[in-house]
Design a protein around this ligand. Structure first.
Ligand code: PAF
Length: 277
């Protein structure tokens, strides 16, 4: 496994690769969720490239960029045994050189949910992912279903910009008690960690209703809110029952739908989702 940071080194490494190349873009501080993407890429591609870059442009002014957890040594020790070929760790100066002014913005699908709560977030994500795609030129790129809207926005961008890349979305990896794995879970103290299972409980309760035949989206949103309200350490930011493709809020669930939510537990903002249908 090689670890490189300059663009020149990345380009010459990329030129030396034959066969299919899989890219797993990450912001580091890897957990089982990321590792499941790397394993999938390893199964499906001849070469596996993992990028580690904490992308400043997807953090809002009041978000946790400076505090975002980082541990490159640990990340590399997790990636090596999985058969990763190359780890690219570009600097902010490489990704956003002085005078930088080019942005990639996906419109409608970036607006609701996370987009409404975190203005500018997806503009930062799509810009950096487009730059990673250009630099690495992968055949396949791997993302987690946990960031469901991010996955939808990246799929849209890939189609719109004609990137010849297959976007592979991998299932959410959960702790034994249902909490979705996230680099941000390290911020939770033991009491908050217990409370954080409320996201899974709330989504499960709505799914149970759906499985019993409920199709009224407001009833499903109401069930999620009710369970969240029962956890004193949790503060709901939004709950949603939306069309899976357009992310528009539904009145009635007819086809594939996305139940999703963002919830503060203490100062930590957690997101989670289930797909229905
Ligand atoms: O999901 C993430 O970790 C980031 O949003 C990504 C895709 C690596 C872009 O910075």
């Amino acid at each position: 496994m090689r670890t490189i940071s300059t663009l020149d080194d990345l380009r010459s490494a990329r030129l030396s690769f034959s066969g299919t190349v899989g890219l797993v873009p990450t912001m580091g501080y890897l957990h089982e969720g990321h590792l499941s993407l790397v394993r999938r890429a390893r199964e499906e591609c001849d070469r596996v490239v993992v990028s580690i870059f904490v992308n400043p442009t997807q953090f809002g002014p009041s978000e946790d960029l400076a505090k975002y957890p980082r541990d490159l040594e640990r990340d590399l020790s997790l990636l090596e045994p999985l058969g990763t070929d190359l780890v690219w760790t570009p600097s902010a100066e490489i990704m956003y050189p002085k005078g930088y002014q080019t942005w990639v913005e996906v419109e409608a699908i970036s607006r609701p949910l996370e987009g409404a709560m975190r203005p500018g977030h997806f503009r930062g994500v799509t810009t950096v992912v487009a730059k990673l795609f250009n630099a690495v030129q992968p055949h396949r790129a791997y993302f987690g279903q946990k960031d469901a809207q991010q996955a939808a926005v990246i799929r849209q961008m890939t189609r719109d910009l004609n990137f010849p890349i297959k976007i592979v979305i991998c299932p959410i990896v959960r702790e034994a008690d249902g909490l979705a794995m996230s680099s941000r879970n390290v911020y939770l103290d033991p009491e908050q960690r217990k409370a954080a299972t409320v996201l899974f409980r709330s989504l499960s309760a709505a799914k149970e209703l759906y499985e019993a035949g409920e199709r009224n989206a407001e009833t499903l949103r109401g069930k999620m809110k009710e369970v969240l309200a029962g956890e004193p350490l949790a503060e709901m930011q939004y709950v949603s029952c939306a069309d899976y493709d357009t992310l528009e809020e539904l009145d009635e669930v007819k086809g594939k739908a996305l139940l999703s939510m963002a919830v503060f537990v203490g100062k930590t903002r957690l997101i989670d989702n289930f797909v229905l249908g």
